[in-house]
Every structure is written in structure tokens, then in C-alpha cells.
Write a protein that binds this ligand. Structure first.
Ligand SMILES: Cc1cc2nc3c(=O)[nH]c(=O)nc-3n(C[C@H](O)[C@H](O)[C@H](O)COP(=O)(O)OP(=O)(O)OC[C@H]3O[C@@H](n4cnc5c(N)ncnc54)[C@H](O)[C@@H]3O)c2cc1C
Length: 451
């Protein structure tokens, strides 16, 4: 008799009671697009084994998603092909449904008489809206598992945290207990558990697998894990020292894999914490990977206006309002910014870097967003432009980290008040001179323009 794994159970919450069907347990994969190290899929398999049911993984593909471009779709679908192959090795079928989840899933689940629906947790508004609508129409019970945070976001804190220093102790209290080894997904003993014909359903089961690089990266869970191991073995030792210098390859570069769920953050945290390096070398990386990343999920989960002026803390709204009518020395349109055509060479180089390579160094991301505040007519426009450009060009865009990072830069979220100055008010200021003190600005510009 299969016993419930308590480590898995505590990462899961029920969204809806319902009538379990006779068909398979269905995992609707959304944020965590991998077969390996995925708590949501592991929970789905456990449930299927206990109930002696089949297991099916579905993904809902829509043609437009929060401004994603063909580059994002290519990276995602390449990664999904790898996941599908891994699942097939374990006799777990995968289907792709080409419609919005809240529209197609209730119909699809009825057709296959699904036993239960399991999905992964995501704090973004669109995902939560889909789930809300879906819950009205799905007959089967629905569960949600946090496969992205080491400690489930709803459990580590039940409110919007003020800053990293308020979330950190809550994480520290639970971390040893939650940073556990993940079980292995098994060959599924009950197959699909549905005898109907998939060709009668609006879905496709084939995905072309390709090793083609997207923006210099191979997508998918195999490449993601390889990249994580390489980083831990070769660059983690210097991370604390090098991470803030855009001229050095000091960051992990793993955010696209984490964003698309090709890499489990928990696996990455385990790899780092089990390395032979001293705590002093490992802790700064875990601070970013766990505390800062999970703080972003906390912000998006508990602040409905995470991408708007109204989501800024009160002190920040007040000071930005007081400086709303300050004259701006330069005001650029979205097109000027997008083309990297401002008066400042460093900012233009950042924008060109972002457009050409789908990424911008973490330190420069702050600088880049703060200048958008300085060079647009008001903070609302600054938010809109920064989010549009970040989501359009960053391979890791449309992520809670992005919305929170932009709200930090423009709206003081998780930060404190600084010395008052024009336009910014008490929002922390950054300028090119400060960058020159930190790193070789001409060297960075030259390297971007020569690539
Ligand atoms: C204006 C702005 C926009 C940003 N947009 C995005 C975005 O679209 N997508 C995105 O994933 N991150 C975003 N960030 C956060 C951060 O800059 C990136 O996560 C980081 O640069 C990604 O590179 P890396 O994986 O090499 O990071 P590393 O330094 O190697 O860190 C490892 C992981 O820790 C997490 N992390 C690191 N820094 C932060 C941070 N400041 N906040 C939250 N989590 C962090 C990320 O998951 C990252 O992949 C943004 C930050 C700012 C200021």
C-alpha cells in the first residue's frame, strides 16, 4: 500500500472539492515545465498511484501571453519537447492543448473523466484569474502545489512582507525542514488510464525536439541542470565577489531556466548548499536564489497591483506625487528607449545588450529602470515602459522577479527612503558616475558594441 509522503503533502493545497472521475490524474503544467524535481508532478503521481489511476500531463498553449515574442515561445517549446521525452521514458503521456486553460480544461477533463486536476502555483494575476474561472467549471477536485519556492509561498508568510529583512527570518526558521532531497519520478504503473481516442480531442501529442540554441542557450531541463552544475562547480566560489560587476561573468545566468521551470530552484539550492565551499561563499547566492526570489513571489501573491503605481509603499507614492511635476531634463518615448537612442551611451549600451542577448546584468537592470523613471513624464509611464521592454526582450521576463525588480527600482518596493532629489523624491537614485565608480563603464560599452 502506497503511503502519502508528508514532504509532498505540505507543499500542496486543495483549491476545490469535487467529484473524482474514473479517468487519469491530470497535471496541468504551467510554471514548472520539467519532469524532474517537480513537486507538483510528484504529487500528481503519488495521488495516481494511491488511487490506482492513470497519469497525464497537459499544457495549454495560447498564441499571446503577456507580450511574449517568438523567442520566448521557441525557448519554451524546445524545453517542453525535452520534458515530453523524459515523461515518455516513464510512460507518462503528455498532450498540448491549443486554447486558454480556463476554456479548454473543463471540457477536456470532462471528456476524459479526470480523477483530479493538479497544477503548479504561480502568483501572477493572469494565472490566478485562469484558475478562478476554471474552478467554476471543473467537476473534479483541484489541487495546487508550489513547485517553485523552497517553502510554499502561502505558508512562509500570510501577508505582504515589508522587505527582505522581514521575510528572511521566516524563511530561516523553516529552511532546514523544507530544503530536502526531492524524490524521483517513477515509471508510472497505470499508464494513461483512459481508453478513448486522443485524436478526437483538441490536442496534439507530438513536439519536435531541437537542440537549436535560443539566444545562445539550449532550452530544457537537461541543459538547465548541466548549467547549474557547471556554475556551482566553477563560478559559485567567486559569486559574492563578482556578481555586481557587469564586466565579469559573475552571476549564474540561470534565470531563464528558473523562469520557465526548466530548473528546480530547490535542486539548485541543494547543489549550492552541498558544495564543498565555505558558508561565506554559498550564503550570498542562497540569499538571492531563496530570500530575494521568494520575496518577489510574496509581493506578487499579496499585492494585487504588483505592476502599478498603486502597488508602491505609501511613502514612495507620497514622495513621487510630490515630485510629479518636477521638470524632466530629458523625456523619451517608448520608441526612443526601445531603439537605445538616448543621450547617454551607457544606457543605450544596456538597452542594446538587452535586445541582442535577451538579458541584462542584474546591477545594470536597476540602473536601466531608474533612468526610465528619470526620463519619462511620470512614474506610471515609467512602470509601463520598463515592464513592456523587460517583458519583450528579457528571456526571463514576465516573472515575479521582474515585476518586483522594476517596482523596487521605480517605486521603492522593499527599499527605504533616501536623500530627496528632483523627480526621484526619496526613491534611491543611481547615475552613470556611480556606475563608473563600480566597474569599467567604457569597457562594458565597448564589449556590447563589439559583439
Ligand atoms: C529592473 C529589474 C528587472 C528585473 N527583471 C527580472 C526578470 O524579468 N526576471 C528575473 O528572473 N529577474 C529579474 N530581475 C531580478 C534579477 O536582476 C535577476 O533575477 C538576475 O539578474 C538574473 O540573473 P542570474 O540568474 O544570473 O542571477 P544570479 O545573481 O545568479 O541569481 C540566481 C537567482 O537568484 C534570483 N535572484 C537574483 N537576484 C534577484 C533579485 N534582485 N530579485 C529576485 N530574485 C533574484 C533569480 O532567480 C536568479 O536567477 C530584475 C531586477 C531588476 C532590478
Amino acid at each position: 500500500m502506497e503511503r502519502r509522503n508528508s514532504d509532498m503533502e505540505r507543499r500542496c493545497r486543495r483549491l476545490k472539492n469535487g467529484r473524482p472521475g474514473e479517468g487519469p490524474v491530470v497535471y496541468w503544467v504551467s510554471r514548472d515545465q520539467r519532469a524532474t524535481d517537480n513537486w507538483a508532478l510528484l504529487w500528481a503521481q503519488q495521488e495516481a498511484i494511491i488511487q490506482q489511476k492513470g497519469l497525464l500531463v497537459v499544457f495549454c498553449l495560447i498564441p499571446e501571453y503577456l507580450g511574449a515574442t517568438s523567442v520566448h515561445y521557441a525557448f519554451m517549446l524546445n524545453g517542453m519537447a525535452v520534458m515530453r521525452e523524459k515523461l515518455a521514458e516513464l510512460q507518462i503521456p503528455f498532450v498540448l492543448l491549443e486554447e486558454s486553460p480556463h476554456e479548454i480544461l473543463p471540457r477536456f477533463l470532462r471528456q476524459i473523466d479526470a480523477h483530479v486536476l493538479v497544477t503548479d502555483f504561480d502568483p501572477l494575476r493572469i494565472k490566478r484569474q485562469w484558475k478562478q474561472q476554471l474552478l467554476k467549471d471543473v467537476v473534479a477536485p483541484v489541487y495546487e502545489v508550489d513547485a517553485h519556492n523552497v517553502i510554499p509561498a502561502w505558508l512562509v508568510s500570510d501577508k505582504k512582507e515589508y522587505a527582505a529583512y522581514t521575510l528572511r527570518p521566516k524563511i530561516q526558521r523553516l529552511l532546514d525542514d523544507y530544503l530536502t532531497e526531492l524524490p524521483e519520478l517513477r515509471v508510472h504503473p497505470f499508464g494513461l488510464g483512459y481508453s478513448g481516442d486522443f485524436s478526437q480531442l483538441p490536442c496534439r501529442t507530438e513536439l519536435g525536439i531541437t537542440q537549436q540554441k535560443v539566444l545562445d542557450l539550449i532550452a530544457g531541463e537537461v541543459a538547465g541542470l548541466d548549467a547549474a552544475q557547471l556554475f556551482v562547480n566553477s563560478r559559485l566560489a567567486e559569486y559574492a565577489e563578482n556578481r555586481n560587476n557587469p564586466c565579469i561573468d559573475g552571476q549564474s545566468g540561470l534565470s531563464p531556466y528558473l523562469h520557465f521551470g526548466h530548473l528546480s530552484p530547490q535542486r539548485l539550492a541543494l547543489l549550492a548548499s552541498r558544495s564543498e565551499l565555505s558558508g561565506e561563499k554559498i550564503e550570498p547566492f542562497l540569499e538571492e536564489l531563496i530570500v530575494r526570489r521568494e520575496l518577489s513571489d510574496n509581493f506578487c501573491l499579496y499585492e494585487p497591483q504588483y505592476d502599478a503605481f498603486a502597488g508602491f509603499p505609501e511613502w514612495a507614492q507620497k514622495t513621487l506625487n510630490e515630485h510629479r511635476n518636477d521638470p524632466r531634463e530629458y523625456v523619451y518615448s517608448l520608441q526612443d528607449l526601445e531603439a537605445g537612442e538616448t543621450h547617454e551611451q551607457l544606457w543605450n549600451a544596456c538597452q542594446i545588450d538587452l535586445v541582442r542577448h535577451g538579458k541584462l546584468h542584474g546591477y545594470l537592470r536597476m540602473y536601466w529602470a531608474k533612468k526610465i523613471l528619470e526620463w519619462t513624464s511620470d512614474p506610471e509611464t515609467a512602470m509601463e515602459y520598463a515592464i513592456t521592454l523587460n517583458d519583450r526582450y528579457s528571456l526571463d521576463g514576465r516573472d515575479p522577479n521582474g515585476y518586483t525588480g522594476i517596482a523596487w527600482s521605480i517605486g521603492g518596493v522593499h527599499d527605504r527612503a533616501w536623500r530627496e532629489r528632483p523627480v526621484f523624491g526619496k526613491i534611491r537614485y543611481m547615475n552613470e558616475a556611480g556606475c563608473r565608480r563600480k566597474f569599467d563603464v567604457p569597457g562594458y560599452i565597448a564589449s556590447v558594441l563589439s559583439k
